[in-house]
Design a protein around this ligand. Structure first.
Ligand code: NAD
Ligand code: ZN
Length: 360
């Protein structure tokens, strides 16, 4: 069991991490002055496996929970689904001190968090992330959102949970491809902030892939700590938080350029991290071994290194359309070495073209 404290003044909260702690959720929630009514939001996949355990632990702790399961997948992060959740909250009579619990991956976390942030101008929010990506990334940082038909995450807020409970044992039922996708973000944390952690991930790769709960607890808590350190200094996302975008500039172009179908987010990030490492090398900032280290690690965790079926030119045009590109300038998060990043907005077009040609 590990606890990561996220220090954000009056919005501070703890992340509890351990194998089997799902059944302690109700007990952990008793420390707050919540009213008994609670809305548990999940999706049909996760709700079918873990919904009953969560309802039971809440009941035992004196809550009267209502479980609502949305359709799995990104399309649930929509205004229409949010409306059905507001309806459930109103019907149940949830008041300002009634908690909304997100039980699921990043989709459920973002959606339930958005509803918690807006229902009655904000009710208590509890995150129980069940995908590795949600455990190490989307449940830390307080960004909640739904999509608009014209773009992802366009309607949202900064809204911190009061408690995050991460059960590593639930990863046993997560599809392997989703596990690898989450590992891409774990690798990212090592690369941007912690050389020793990066080596640890590589050393323990077999234990990670065999779902050793102690090692999973270690890598999840370290990842949450790294993200929390950055978020604590930059809660509203100005300059510093940008380093979390390492590998993401190219990743977003890959996701858009391949119609959001061929690669999941973590796979696109893996290719994007290789691209960013190559840019770092061609800029004369990183030694060739850094690129080799990045590629070796990506390969070890069954993640892709290149894009098939999307031309470099197409990727380049999507790259310039990224919402983080301001005035045609791309802010590149580059590696000096493993664990050390630098921001550059002066990467020449030729280097970008060369790298995009190499990864396609
Ligand atoms: P997801 O929520 O769609 O989950 C992936 C799939 O795994 C789903 O089919 C889900 O039902 C299933 N699943 C989840 N946990 C499971 C388990 N333990 N056992 C069996 N099946 C399980 O996708 P995701 O990758 O978790 O999250 C992606 C979303 O997160 C995107 O919408 C993205 O925008 C968002 N996100 C948000 C932030 C943020 O800071 N708020 C950061 C990164 C990503
Ligand atoms: Zn990401």
């Amino acid at each position: 069991m590990a606890v990561v404290e996220v220090n954000l003044g009056k919005d501070s909260y703890n992340i509890h991490i351990g194998a089997g702690i799902l059944s302690e959720l109700g007990q952990l929630m008793r420390q707050f002055a919540f009213t008994a009514k609670a809305l548990v939001v999940s999706d049909e996949n996760v709700g079918a496996i873990y919904g009953a355990v969560v309802v039971e632990t809440l009941r035992q702790a004196g809550f009267s929970p209502r479980l609502v399961c949305v359709k799995p997948g990104e399309t649930a992060k929509a205004y229409e689904t949010a409306m059905t959740l507001y309806t459930a909250a109103i019907e149940e009579g949830l008041d300002r001190r009634s908690p909304i619990v997100a039980l699921g991956g990043g989709v459920v976390g973002d959606l339930a968090g958005f509803v918690a942030a807006t229902y009655l101008r904000g009710v208590p929010f509890i995150q129980v992330p069940t995908s590795l990506l949600a455990q190490v990334d989307s449940s830390v940082g307080g960004k909640v959102a739904i999509n608009h038909p014209l773009g992802k995450n366009l309607i949202g807020a900064f809204y911190q949970p009061q408690l995050v409970v991460i059960d590593t044992a639930v990863l046993a039922t997560l599809p392997r491809r989703e596990l690898y996708a989450g590992l891409a973000e774990v690798i990212k944390y090592g690369l941007i902030a912690d050389r020793d952690f990066f080596h640890y991930i590589n050393e323990k790769s077999n234990a990670i892939l065999a779902m050793d709960n102690n090692v999973l607890t270690a890598i999840i808590s370290r990842s949450c700590r790294i993200k929390a350190d950055i978020v604590e200094q930059d809660a509203r996302e100005s300059a510093l938080r940008m380093v979390l975008n390492f590998g993401h500039t190219i990743a977003h172009a890959i996701e858009a350029g391949t119609g959001f179908a061929q690669f999941n987010h973590g796979e696109a990030v893996a290719i994007g991290m290789r691209g960013a490492a190559l840019v770092s090398h061609y800029m004369g900032i990183a030694e060739p071994e850094v690129v080799e280290n990045v590629c070796g690690t990506i390969r070890r965790f069954h993640l892709p290194l290149s894009v098939a079926g999307c031309s470099a030119a197409k990727l380049h045009s999507y790259l310039l359309h990224d919402k983080k590109v301001i005035g045609g300038k791309i802010n590149w998060i580059l590696l000096r070495s493993v664990g050390e990043v630098q921001v550059h907005s002066d990467v020449p077009e030729q280097i970008v073209s060369r790298v995009l040609a190499e990864i396609t």
